[in-house]
Write a protein that binds this ligand. Structure first.
Ligand code: F1P
Length: 258
């Protein structure tokens, strides 16, 4: 199976694909829709597309190219989109059709839905997400010069999304890496005043390596998807502190159409 999307939806595709494979449901490859070249997409037995707007050109191109050949399911935020008639099945999340250019609720809702579909019990994730809405956003995070987000397996997609959220909403300098890959070079920029934020469990030795640089190491025991909610709040606070509108970043539209 292939799972496709653009921007945030691609990162949710990455997370879901890793979870699906770990659940033993077979090879599941995530693609940025722009990279899901048509011949390649036709080689899969099924495609899941994730798109809040259902209007993103690259996603529509893939759906058009495989129509009638490969079964497709599209997870959507908006109802009755151009993606709807191109998909064999759609899963609309009407409560997640947020108006903001920057995606937050759609991302967490779509991935929660897909996790539930894999049979996961999300009770802890829900509880943790509610707590993440309440915990204070630390001043050190609002003032930090740079963030590196790390994850392993499905949480690597969350790390990518966290970095994108901070860039989009608050014009922050952020990077993201598979957790162990961070030690193969990117750690060179870790320094006091910068934050390394890990989703999920810390691999042996990573925390010590990061703290030795003077950077702040952050790793919470909460469900990683709930931890993404906290990063969304950090992005909001950083935007506010800089006088930016977190919902409407410069140079970005709610959906990108070519
Ligand atoms: C995908 C996307 C968003 C991005 C911006 C532009 O949209 O790239 O991730 O934040 O809103 O569009 P979609 O295909 O999920 O509607």
């Amino acid at each position: 199976m292939a799972v496709i999307g653009c921007g945030t939806s691609w990162f949710m595709a990455q997370a879901y694909a890793a979870l699906r494979e770990s659940a033993g449901l077979g090879v599941t490859d995530p693609f940025a829709a722009s990279e899901a070249f048509l011949g390649k997409a036709r080689g899969y037995d099924a495609i899941i597309a994730i798109t809040r707007s259902g209007t993103t050109t690259e996603v529509l191109r893939v759906l058009e190219a495989v129509k009638g050949r490969v079964p497709t399911v599209t997870v959507l935020g908006d109802a009755d989109t151009p993606a709807t008639p191109l998909s064999d099945e759609t899963v609309p999340l009407p409560f997640a059709d947020e108006k903001s250019v920057v995606q937050t609720r759609f991302a967490t809702s779509a991935l929660a839905l897909l996790r539930a579909h894999l049979g996961e019990d999300l009770a802890k994730a829900v509880q943790d997400a509610e707590a993440a809405l309440e915990v204070p956003v630390e001043k050190e995070w609002v003032d930090a010069e740079q963030f590196s987000f790390l994850g392993t397996g499905w949480t690597y997609g969350l790390a990518n999304e966290a970095a994108l959220k901070m860039r989009e909403a608050s014009q922050s300098w952020t990077e993201s890496y598979p957790a162990m890959e961070y030690r193969h070079g990117p750690i060179a920029i870790a320094a006091p005043g910068r934050v390394t934020w890990l989703f999920g469990e810390a691999p042996d030795g990573l925390e010590g390596d990061v703290t030795a640089t003077g950077a702040r190491f952050v790793c919470h025991a909460r469900d990683p998807l709930a931890d993404l909610v906290l990063v969304q709040r950090v992005a909001l606070e950083r935007a506010r502190a800089r006088g930016l509108d977190p919902d409407n970043p410069r140079s970005l539209t709610r959906s990108v159409m070519l």
